[in-house]
Design a protein around this ligand. Structure first.
Ligand SMILES: [Zn+2]
Length: 491
């Protein structure tokens, strides 16, 4: 086993993988791209349909303006150049869930081209992954092969999804490892989520990814023959599928075989890819311009109006947050993982005296507890006002970090906000000097041995006294005050 892993690693060093990704993203419009039917997910089968999306003869498509605006916004966020005039085209093929016998897509004049996404490179810098094109198209329906009472006999068709607006984002073959592909997808999803044009929910099919993978001997310019891995439903599986495919192709070449251009499917439980169909027999789609739709014109003025709605994107936001709040690159990375989390953090950071402390609290105390409870930030019992309040109390020394942890635990147990729990519990710190002196006198009287050691010069034993006093006060004594009083009393 170990020998085969070693051999695989040695072979890996002689070959360079070349990876390109095609990502389909469903746009979050209320209605479909060419008709007024709802795009709501999970409706009973074939209820969100009309003559247009059923492909009935004579029905004419009308382009959804919001879908265009979303597609342009995504293109701008990905640094693409938006084409002023793009053309819808028919992509002809037969499939049971494609009632028209063609899909309306874009071909030689797509909506946008020449974009990029920056990913961290292996040497610690940044690498640009090119985006060849971004185009608009309609989704097909869905074939249902299981889950119904008669699926052993029939395949059923649900056309609710037919005509749902999609953008397809095609990358350049710029990625050189499965990790880079994973990073590209993570950034792409993050950017799209920030723009709000899609929920990128992979389980519901709002984000789908195909990977083109080939290998070539190191130093060779010409690309090897590629295989396309289709419809993998998680980023983690895409990474594994690419890893598997790289090794499979290297092994095949080493064994003197020719790599076939083909479409392959990934079996996640086995961790392997399987040939689905050979591309050599794949049909020619015979694209031609869609005669029922005018050319799509998004002039400069419209593009600029859309650009004004572009929110601050994750990368720019991280830079700004590092500069304005004095947090680390790592903090910023964690805190911008979602737009909502970043918004919430900033709300607390602005309200509190020390933003860095807020960053620490959100990451260690809040997100830790949310993760343990299996909840997202939107379900946090502690509001950002609560986090800011707790940060200020901690900063002022009014509560210890132990009390803060207790209070957070209570918030999560009861589902109440921090201010409510704090007000009720009023974890009074004993700041009354007379009361503290009494406790300290008792502790000193009960510890003659330690007192002797302290007076003999072993001053570090003061820690013992502090501990005893905190214990006697049930954690409610203010540590600075205890220290101060102890020093004067132990003398
Ligand atoms: Zn419809």
């Amino acid at each position: 086993m170990a020998a085969s892993i070693q051999r695989r690693q040695a072979l890996r060093e002689q070959y360079e993988p070349v990876i390109g990704l095609e990502v389909h993203v469903q746009l979050l419009t209320q209605t479909k791209i060419f008709c007024g039917c709802s795009t709501h997910f999970g409706a009973p089968p074939n209820t969100n349909v009309c003559p247009v999306c059923l492909g009935l003869p004579g029905a004419l498509p009308v382009l959804n303006q919001r879908a265009v605006e979303f597609a342009v916004l995504a293109a701008q966020a990905l640094h693409c150049q938006v084409r002023e005039t793009s053309i819808f085209a028919r992509k002809n093929y037969f499939y049971p869930d494609l009632p028209k016998g063609y899909q309306i897509s874009q071909f030689d004049k797509p909506l946008a081209e020449h974009g990029f996404i920056e990913v961290p490179s292996a040497d610690g810098g940044k690498k640009k992954i090119g985006i060849t094109r971004l185009h608009m198209e309609e989704d097909a329906g869905k074939s249902i092969h299981d889950g119904l009472s008669d699926t052993h006999e029939y395949t059923s068709i649900d056309l609710n999804r037919s005509g749902t607006p999609l953008i397809e984002i095609v990358s350049e073959p710029d990625m050189r490892s499965a990790d880079e592909a994973h990073e590209y997808l993570t950034r792409l999803k993050e950017i799209i989520l920030y723009t709000g044009v899609s929920d990128c929910n992979m389980e519901e099919g709002s984000l789908r990814c195909d990977a083109n993978v080939s290998v070539r001997p190191c130093g060779q310019q010409k690309f090897g023959t590629k295989a396309e891995i289709k419809n993998v439903n998680s980023f983690r599986f895409i990474r594994s599928a690419i890893e598997y495919e790289i090794d499979r192709q290297i092994e095949a070449i080493e064994a003197g075989e020719k790599i076939r251009q083909e479409t392959r499917l990934y079996n996640a439980s086995e961790g392997k890819t399987y040939s689905m169909r050979s591309k050599e027999q794949a049909h020619d789609y015979r694209y031609f311009p869609e005669p029922d739709l005018l050319p799509l014109v998004v002039d400069f003025a419209w593009q600029e109006r859309i650009r004004e709605t572009l929110p601050e994107l994750p990368e720019a936001r991280r830079h700004r947050m590092i500069n304005s709040y004095g947090i680390t690159e790592y903090d910023a990375q964690v805190l911008t993982a979602s737009k909502l989390l970043a918004d919430q953090f900033e709300e607390a950071a602005v309200a509190a005296k020390n933003p860095k402390r807020v960053a620490n609290l959100v990451q260690s105390e809040l997100m830790g507890r949310l993760k343990a409870a299996g909840q997202g930030i939107e379900h946090s019992p502690i509001s950002m006002k609560g986090v800011a309040l707790s940060a200020d109390l901690l900063e002022a020394g009014d509560i210890s970090s132990k009390i803060l942890k207790d209070l957070y635990d209570k918030c999560f147990a009861s589902g109440e906000d921090f201010a409510t729990v704090y007000e009720r519990e009023k974890p009074q710190q004993i700041t009354d000097t007379a009361a503290l002196e009494k406790i300290i006198d008792d502790v000193i009287a009960a510890s003659p041995k330690q007192l002797e050691q302290y007076r003999a010069g072993k001053t570090t034993i003061i820690g013992f006294f502090v501990g005893q006093v905190m214990k006697a006060s049930k954690g409610q004594a203010k540590p600075e005050l205890v220290n101060e009083l102890l020093i004067s009393k132990l003398r």
